[in-house]
Ligand binder design. Structure first.
Ligand code: FAD
Length: 475
């Protein structure tokens, strides 16, 4: 009997365009191993919403291939599975989380000790982080030249089809997915998630197709509008590798070509956003402390406030600023928040409430279905002003003006903050400015069914700028 090859599934829960799977298939019958490893990432073990997604994605994949599910430190589990099955090769896709290089070295060691060959492949990114360097051979710190270098590096490789493979039918003990407890216990805060998401490779492909048919044409003009449904919502599918960035790239290029120039602007804009993901990983790879330490060290001395009351109000969507509250409530109900609103909500936490950006990063880590160690950290640092190529700290979003500009009729706020739904468009982003009669007619009682603002934005802004002055001298 041909000995099996072990394919260690990680953030690549798909069969198509999968170099590791293609190589494993060429070696012999495959053991499809997924390890739920809460030990190696330590404080960055998967958050609640990601666990929900993982359960559903593995369930979907499990209808197509037999999965061997194990729990524990991945290198130890792989050593055990190699000993139990006599697999003679290990194949996996490279990952770029800060703990991954050491883990991947340990996996190589255990494979070699078991007499198995070990093979690592790319695919999670369009370009390996070492491949894109500036003229001096250094990693990039600024997005625009980075993205230009990516475009100059050429189109991604052609896609790999699903390989023909044989699944190994020898014995390999597996946990039951249901026993992992990935889904929420009561109360089921994810009860509405299935309305919004279909985790798995088929769901990802359907989402990509729907975006190209309905969203792409409007993407360049309306991607900043949370009241319009034009962005791709591919982020959780990309996060779990149910679709590869190369598949997204080629699909958009094909649509662009077919449209004979009509989609040029939209396509470029979309591909540039995909390159923000790439840039986040580039930064994380070269600066692995990104999730916990400010890229600009002077921010270590920033006088953050503890403010547990403010943090709680923010998390619950009860700050009294409608666009911020709508975002946090959208997040809780769906596991996602529109990008523009993420920026507004993050700015509010950091600059209006003076709460450390890592508190917001951690809340997002737990509640986003697309919680991604690189994009989350890089984006929070970007908003805080302490990241590479970040928005300057003194640029402070005004949540009222942002609401008026990006949700002009208040449709987004009306959807997620229904207690304000009957306010007129002109006042929906600042209910405290409404005359008593207007509030009463709309059924809004500030302090009773919708909060007063937790801070006055103007005063908070001055405080934030003063705090920034304190560290500016240290820069
Ligand atoms: P689209 O607009 O359709 O973009 C296509 C893809 O490009 C996205 O799916 C995503 O993979 C990538 N992308 C787009 N914008 C960005 C960006 N600014 N940074 C990195 N990649 C981007 N994105 C995550 O995937 N995971 C996170 O944990 C995450 N945390 C964030 C935290 C904050 C404070 C902010 C401001 C942004 C964060 N983002 C994160 C980036 C961005 O908000 C999401 O990628 C985007 O909203 C996903 O929606 P979409 O798939 O419809 O995006």
């Amino acid at each position: 009997m041909t000995s099996p090859s072990l394919y260690w599934l990680r953030n690549d829960l798909r069969l198509a365009d999968n170099a590791a799977l293609t190589a494993a298939a060429a070696q012999g019958p495959i053991i499809f191993l997924y390890v739920l490893d809460d030990e190696t990432p330590g404080e960055w073990r998967l958050g609640g919403a990601s666990r929900w997604w993982l359960h559903k994605s593995l369930a979907a994949l499990g209808t197509r291939v037999p999965l061997t599910l194990r729990q524990g430190a991945a290198d130890i589990v792989i050593a055990e599975v190699l000993a139990e099955t006599g697999a003679t090769s290990v194949h996996f896709a490279r990952d770029h989380a800060p703990w991954s290089p050491a883990l991947e070295r340990r996996v190589k060691d255990v494979a070699e000790r078991a007499g198995a060959s070990c093979h690592r492949y790319g695919g999670m990114l369009l370009h390996e982080p070492e491949a894109i360097r500036n003229g001096s051979g250094e990693p990039y710190r600024v997005y625009t030249p980075f993205s230009k270098a990516c475009f100059a590096a050429g189109e991604p490789k052609p896609l790999r089809p699903v390989p023909s493979f044989t699944a190994w039918n020898g014995p390999a003990a597996s946990d039951r997915l249901e026993d992992w407890g990935l889904l929420p216990a009561k109360p089921d805060w994810a009860a509405d998630f299935p309305q919004y998401w279909t985790p798995g490779e088929a769901g990802a492909a359907a989402r990509l197709e729907a975006f190209i048919d309905d969203g792409l044409a409007h993407y360049a003009d309306a991607r900043d509008r949370p009241d319009r449904n034009v962005t791709s919502r591919l982020s959780p599918h990309l996060r779990f590798g149910e679709v590869s960035p190369a598949q997204c790239w080629h699909a958009v290029r094909a649509a662009q070509l077919a449209a004979g120039g009509k989609l040029d602007r939209a396509s470029e804009k979309f591909l540039k956003e995909v390159l923000w993901r790439e840039f986040s990983y580039h930064l994380l790879h070269h600066w692995p402390s990104l999730p916990s330490k400010p890229f600009r060290p002077e921010f270590e001395a920033f006088p953050w406030s503890g403010n547990p009351h403010g943090l709680h109000a923010w998390q619950k969507g009860l700050t009294g600023y409608p666009i911020v509250d709508a975002g946090l409530r959208e997040l809780w109900a769906t596991g996602i928040m529109h990008n523009r609103v993420r920026m507004i909500a993050a700015s509010f936490l950091i600059k209006d409430l003076l709460i450390h950006w890592t508190e917001g990063e951690r809340w997002f880590w737990d509640t986003l279905v697309d919680a991604d160690i690189a994009s989350n950290a890089a984006s929070w640092q970007w908003v805080a002003g302490c990241g590479a190529d970040a928005a300057p700290y003194f640029r402070i979003f005004n949540p009222v003006l942002q609401g008026v500009k990006f949700d002009p009729q208040g449709a987004y706020v009306r959807k997620w903050v229904p207690e304000l739904a009957r306010l007129p468009d002109a006042l929906i982003h600042q209910p405290w400015a409404a005359p008593a009669l207007v509030l009463a007619t709309a059924g809004v009682e500030l302090g009773r069914n919708y909060p007063h603002p937790v801070v006055d934005h103007g005063t908070a802004r001055d405080k934030a700028l003063a705090a920034f002055q304190e560290i500016k001298g240290a820069a």
